[in-house]
Design a protein around this ligand. Structure first.
Ligand code: PEP
Length: 251
């Protein structure tokens, strides 16, 4: 039985003071909550403050990205050891905003995923199609390309440590979520693909989150589907009430 995981991606929102307040509010409400694994991903400049607040609790820390190199001349980038020093445990990799605006490719997602695994960070690998790709019937092909690309050369033993987030690009930040049935279809497709790439055991272990305008009022429907193992939440993770509403919607 896969435990649900609810992750909040704060994107480029909230400075250290506001992040500390939100983290504290989430911790106050979610401390001891066993319905789901809870992860929050503040901006880099807020990681230190937030880490101090949630350290030792059931609320875990994620970065929104990380570089595949350990150090050096990579202006603007952050490496795994800088994250580990702040007790970061997860890294969101291949988010569609990285793919769209910052030249993220399957190859860079693959390099980041390998490095994260090597250094014991848990990758949350994002995949998903654009509206144009969905309308031209390419949803499964795009997701297959993203999953195969990200997991290229990764062993089954490492693959089972990863989390996948299916995030249809047309649903991110638009208020238009995929219906539970649309999301379930793609999740089942991805799970079947993992079975083909690895085996039944790996496919039934890897958690596949849904992301794209998940909110307290649509979360229960999505989270009740058999292959939807949680959510990656953008907008609704910026308020403790709505983030908690989603956690509490987990069956
Ligand atoms: C996201 O960016 O990962 C996301 C799912 O955003 P939103 O919930 O705002 O659609």
């Amino acid at each position: 039985m896969r435990k649900k995981l609810i992750a909040g991606n704060w994107k480029m929102n909230l400075g250290p003071a506001d992040s500390a307040k939100l983290a504290q509010d989430i911790l106050n409400a979610a401390s001891g909550n066993d319905k789901a694994d809870i992860v929050i991903a503040p901006t880099y400049t807020s990681l230190d403050r937030v880490s101090g607040i949630i350290h030792g609790s059931n609320v875990k820390l994620s970065a929104q990205d990380m570089h595949w190199e350990e150090q050096g001349a990579f202006t603007g980038k952050i490496s795994w050891d800088m994250l580990k020093e702040l007790n970061v445990e997860y890294a969101i990799l291949g988010h569609s905003e990285q793919r769209t605006f910052f030249h993220e490719t399957n190859q860079t997602v693959n390099m980041k995923t390998k490095k994260a695994l090597e250094k014991s960070l848990i990758p949350i690998v994002c995949v998903g199609e654009t509206l144009e790709e969905r309308e031209s019937g390419k949803t499964n092909a795009v997701c297959e390309d993203h999953v195969r690309g990200a997991f290229q050369g990764i062993s089954k033993e490492d693959a089972v440590k990863c989390i996948i987030a299916y995030e249809p690009v047309w649903a991110i930040g638009t208020g238009k979520n995929a219906t539970p049935e649309q999301a379930q279809d793609v999740h089942a497709f991805i799970r079947n693909l993992l079975k083909e790439m690895y085996d039944e055991g790996a496919a039934s272990t890897i958690r596949i989150l849904y992301g794209g305008s998940m909110k307290p009022d649509n979360a229960a429907g999505l989270l009740s589907k058999p292959d939807i193992d949680g959510g990656l939440i953008g907008g609704a993770s910026l308020k403790a009430d709505s983030f908690l509403g989603i956690i509490n919607a987990a069956p």
